[in-house]
Design a binder for this molecule. Structure first.
Ligand code: FDA
Length: 391
């Protein structure tokens, strides 16, 4: 098993890198221990793959080095990927906030990548586990399924730790450490929160209820919907903010993201003085939500009976509800892994390890994590493409 280039990981980044390198005239072999390529692509976006975001910017990424992602994102943009999707006649639509989803199935995207690989002459070997890697002079020697393999360039595209049942392993981190590269602590990102305190009762009672909000934590805010679940809080707003949350932190939820709570309460008091607070809240939220608010937060009376300080207190609670999650659901359900191979170890132009010529890291294995909304795939495409061009 010899190839000029071996790419470990037939996921989003690995396949894109293979296409780019092979189109650039390289002989490319992709190895994956899973029995199928691109399992996360197939699972993504609820089966419709949110494959990029029209508003992709470096600000949509978390990394110790916020500048690292800029070069690749500007050299292979969302428009470049959309051009490939268009070339294959794949129908898609913008769902919201620039998020592009397939009209049909995620397999449209995976099939496109596999077709491109085939046309470029990429060899993909599944069910291939890498047992050992060594650098010998100017090439790499691997043991794969008990057999020796060699390559001049070795690309690690093994992703993060999220969802082990989809083939995720810490292989990329272990290999980086083996070659003396720094790996930053990892944690689950884009992940639901678990709740175990008195709020658990709300989660059980309101499971399935979604509310628009602005959620904030550690200086970052997102305006999206959140969802109560039996185990805690989920939905886009919570997944987004989870990437900024550390154990023990509180999050602040504004339940009236589109207006001033005090203006709303004062207007209602003027328009409907005899209406009970609970009825007003039920109009805005739901009956069940209003009932819990009036059980745990407010005394419900006719609106005309509240003085201004009391209305201000109600407004403050609605605009700055402080919740302290007990934890997250972890890698079992997380969409991404925060942290990973330190970007200081890698060139932002070529993705080659500065200390180990010939060794490359791309995609989620690096300490670059996107927001929810197609940004993680765009990072996989961009880093994969740019690395492939440099091989
Ligand atoms: P990826 O995880 O795609 O691929 C890694 C590959 O390496 C896998 O094929 C794996 O089997 C292989 N591998 C791992 N260890 C190995 C080993 N030891 N030996 C050999 N092979 C090994 N993002 C987005 O932008 N839009 C979306 O809609 C979604 N939706 C979504 C849903 C779900 C359920 C998850 C879990 C994630 C998403 N994401 C997403 C995130 C997105 O899937 C993720 O960021 C990219 O797939 C990362 O691409 P990589 O190629 O880096 O890793």
């Amino acid at each position: 098993m010899n190839s000029q280039v071996i790419i470990v990981g037939a996921g989003a980044a690995g396949l894109m890198c293979a296409i780019s390198a092979a189109q650039n005239g390289k002989q490319v072999m992709v190895l994956d221990h899973a029995n199928k390529a691109g399992k996360k692509i197939l699972m993504s976006g609820g089966g419709r793959c949110n494959f990029t975001n029209m508003f992709t910017e470096p600000d949509n990424y978390l990394s110790e080095n916020e500048h690292f992602c800029k070069s690749a994102l500007s050299r292979y943009t969302q428009w470049d990927f959309m051009a490939m999707v268009d070339k294959h006649g794949i129908p898609y639509h913008e769902k919201t906030l620039g998020q592009l989803f397939c009209d049909n199935k995620s397999s449209d995207i995976l099939n496109m990548l596999l077709t491109e690989c085939e046309q470029a002459g990429v060899e993909i070997r599944l069910d291939h586990a890498i047992e050992a890697v060594e650098k010998v002079e100017d090439h790499f020697e691997l043991i794969v399924n008990g057999q020796p393999a060699t390559c001049e360039s070795l690309v690690i595209a093994t992703g993060g730790l999220s969802i082990p049942t989809l083939g995720a392993t810490g292989f990329g981190y272990d290999l980086a450490r083996q070659f003396g590269l720094k790996v930053l602590d990892t944690s689950a990102g884009l992940v639901p929160f678990t709740i175990t305190d008195q709020l658990k009762n709300w989660c059980t009672e309101l499971s399935g209820t979604a509310i628009d909000c602005v959620v904030s934590c550690n200086g970052q805010s997102f305006k999206e919907a959140f969802l109560f679940t039996h185990r805690g809080l989920s939905g886009p707003a919570m997944l987004q903010i989870s990437s900024y949350w550390k154990p023990g932190d509180s999050i602040t939820i504004n339940l009236l993201p589109n207006e001033s709570a005090l203006d709303w309460l004062q207007q209602a008091q003027a328009d409907r003085p005899n209406t009970e607070l609970k009825t007003l809240l039920a109009d805005q939220f739901t009956k069940k939500v209003a009932a819990l608010m009036c059980q745990d937060w407010f005394e419900s009376r006719a609106l005309k009976t509240y003085n201004e300080p009391q209305l201000k207190d109600i407004a403050r609670q609605l605009e700055a509800w402080v919740v302290t999650p007990s934890g997250t659901e972890g890698y079992r359900t997380a969409e991404v892994t925060l942290g990973g191979v330190d970007t200081d170890e890698v060139s932002s132009k070529t993705f080659e390890a500065k200390k180990v010529p010939g060794l490359y890291f791309i995609g989620e294995v690096l300490d670059v994590t996107g927001h929810l909304g197609g940004f993680n795939f765009q990072w996989a495409w961009a880093s994969g493409y740019c690395c492939g061009q440099a091989l």
